[in-house]
Design a binder for this molecule. Structure first.
Ligand code: SF4
Ligand code: SF4
Length: 315
């Protein structure tokens, strides 16, 4: 095995030991296609320019790490978790299993991976790259028509994390093919707000993940109605996807969610007091821009009404 192959194997082994499902290595050359895609979206959707422009900072991995020779991309599989019944009807699974929450067992994975890369003698800087594009270049994921990254074992129920490194590990071979079956448009048809209006093009300013807390309030009435049961985030375009069938594997418990599950029901959130918001809700979703309890209550009241209209009650 050559030195570069040995280094690549050691990096992949480190990622597995840190709990990642998979890991690939890409070159640190600028992501020019990603840049072109962002600039095209800015041209086509001027009202969303403010959301796309900051992402241009990640086009060139060497912009803030001139020494970088490669990008390590690791895949975290959150479809391994058994979610308490009902919660994923109105809160995005990604956010329910968010490793930024200290109680999530995956919380320390990136820190451990940084330390492991340093132990291999590498200079390391976390993040700073477009992770989906880097994952494709590294050959560990491919992109579905809904814009999500898909891993062959875990579907789109994954997060990608990245590290820029010096050194010269053997690079992966880029994924060149779309994972989508010919003719499939299930994700586009499922998108409640038509944020996803053509393959691979998602309007960030219309996506429910943005509308729930980051968009200026009030939300236009037609969009508000279309947001239906979602209190935070939205999984509609992933739930509709045939590539995700059987990929939510429910092996690992979620005690940090079990203990608050009653308090995360739409009816409970719609009437929660300030103390519940501060002590229960905010710590689980602390990274959401601070919008206060009232916006949560409004989103929850809409969701409760929508679910009641479907003969469901959030559980
Ligand atoms: S997350 Fe929801 S709103 Fe956003 S593109 Fe997917 S289906 Fe549409
Ligand atoms: S729903 Fe169909 S088109 Fe959309 S990402 Fe899944 S397989 Fe691809």
């Amino acid at each position: 095995m050559s030195d570069s192959e040995q280094l690549a194997a050691a990096i992949r082994r480190a990622a597995r030991e840190c709990g990642y499902l998979d890991c690939g290595i890409a070159s640190a050359e600028p992501f020019t296609e990603y840049e072109e895609g962002l600039r095209e979206r800015c041209r086509r959707f001027p009202s969303a320019t403010g959301l796309y422009e900051p992402m241009l900072n990640r086009v060139d991995p060497r912009k803030t790490a001139p020494w970088a020779e490669a990008v390590v991309v690791a895949v975290r599989d959150y479809g391994k978790y058994a979610l308490p019944p009902g919660l994923a009807d109105h809160i995005g699974r990604n956010y329910l299993c968010d490793r930024r929450v200290a109680a999530c067992p995956d919380h320390e994975m990136p820190r451990h991976m940084t330390a492991a890369l340093k132990r291999l003698g590498l200079r390391v800087k976390r993040g700073g790259v477009p992770e989906r594009a880097a994952g494709v270049r590294a050959g560990v994921v491919s992109i579905g028509r809904n814009g999500f990254a898909y891993h062959r074992e875990a579907g789109s129920w994954i997060n990608l994390e990245s590290w820029r490194i010096d050194g010269a590990p053997r690079l992966g071979r880029a994924s060149s093919e779309s994972p989508c079956p010919d003719g499939c448009r299930a994700c586009l048809a499922a998108c409640p707000t038509r944020a996803l209006r053509e393959p691979f093009v998602m309007r960030m300013d219309l996506c429910i993940a943005y509308l729930t807390y980051s968009a200026p309030a009030p939300i236009a009435a037609d969009l508000w109605r279309a947001m239906g049961p979602w209190i935070y985030g939205c999984d509609a375009c992933q739930l509709a996807c045939p590539l995700n069938r059987g990929k939510w594997r429910r092996r690992e418990p979620t005690p940090w969610l079990e203990k608050v599950r009653e308090r995360l029901r739409p009816e409970a959130l719609a009437s929660m007091d300030e103390a519940t918001y501060r002590e229960v809700v905010h710590p689980l979703f602390w990274y959401i821009p601070e919008t206060g309890v009232e916006r949560w209550r409004r989103n929850a009241a809409r969701a409760a009404e929508w679910l009641a209209g479907q003969g469901r009650c959030g559980d």
